[in-house]
Design a protein around this ligand. Sequence first.
Ligand SMILES: NC(=O)c1ccc[n+]([C@@H]2O[C@H](COP(=O)([O-])OP(=O)(O)OC[C@H]3O[C@@H](n4cnc5c(N)ncnc54)[C@H](O)[C@@H]3O)[C@@H](O)[C@H]2O)c1
Length: 342
Amino acid sequence: MSSLVQVVALARQSSTPLAGIMHERIGGYALDDIEFVAAFDVDAGKVGLDLSKAIFQSSNAANAHVSVDPVGVVVEAGPLLDGVTGPLSRIITTHEDSAGLDPDIIRRRLVETGAEVLVCLLPTGSTEAVQTYARAAALAGVPFVNATPEPVAHDADLVALFESRGVPLLGDDLRSHLGATTLHTALLDLLHSRGLRVINTYQLNVGGNMDFLNLADPGRSASKQRSKRRALSAAGIDASNVAAGPNGFVPHLGDTKIGFLRIEADSVLDTPLSLEIRMEVEDSPNAAGVLANAVRVAAAAKAGGISGVVDDVCAFLFKSPRQAATEAVGLRDFQAFVAALP
Ligand SMILES: NC(=O)c1ccc[n+]([C@@H]2O[C@H](COP(=O)([O-])OP(=O)(O)OC[C@H]3O[C@@H](n4cnc5c(N)ncnc54)[C@H](O)[C@@H]3O)[C@@H](O)[C@H]2O)c1
């Protein structure tokens, strides 16, 4: 969330195109058209603060790259549900109002604030909380972007609810802008396009932010592992035995994420080919490039009368789309969708 707020602030301060932003306008929306009207959290250190201050609280590992003026939106307490468990509960003190809060508050506040898109960036593993926010968005008529790997676009009842309310839904599990999954699947596509046979591959990731702390708990990371395997299956390999996922919380890395990829393949005459890549990236800004696309697509989809899962864009923007596609097809469909918007 911090990086999305920062990139919108930077767009306001800058007159030249920003690195990593694919489209200046999507459906007529520029980045600096994004206005924040409401924010929910359960962290007592963030609730009650202006959004511009809450994003820089110490529990949030995202680095400050831009000065952010006060937004005029105070972070409100949301219902706790299963949002904070395991290792997260050691560093997050939950706000006293969150436990036992009526979940309908979300729907009511979305309506009162005139929100046009709800972005869900709750911790992985908080299925109940994520699905509660999704339901609230559908009932409020607000398009929903599910950045988490918890099932929303993969939940038949929720999809039916979005369809019946005429509300767009984007998910599940946001891809990073250029992250380990995208690099991995693009390389697999490349090898397959040359007819090579992939024998073994892995993708190991370590990092030091709250997401990695949370994912260090096996009880919380199951959906993330599933999601990464789905992305690899879409790239045409049997991912059932592939190690792919978050593999370690290293506190001193902070928001730096390091991914290690290895691919072993057979080439002509069964000669071996292997490659190893180490990718180092700041994790949170890497999500903001995709969110900048997803938020504007969601608003444009609503304006265009689209209901339910926006399949044409999800394979490019998410690791676990309902309809899987290769990198090339996902990008082609996304670009075609954006180009067709008024
Ligand atoms: N590069 C990325 O940052 C990236 C990329 C793809 C997917 N994702 C996914 O996005 C999600 C969020 O990632 P993050 O790095 O921003 O996590 P984070 O841990 O930094 O932030 C999660 C926030 O959710 C709050 N929260 C917990 N329970 C809540 C509840 N019931 N209601 C409201 N707020 C609640 C926490 O207090 C915290 O502020 C994760 O599922 C992650 O896997 C992140």
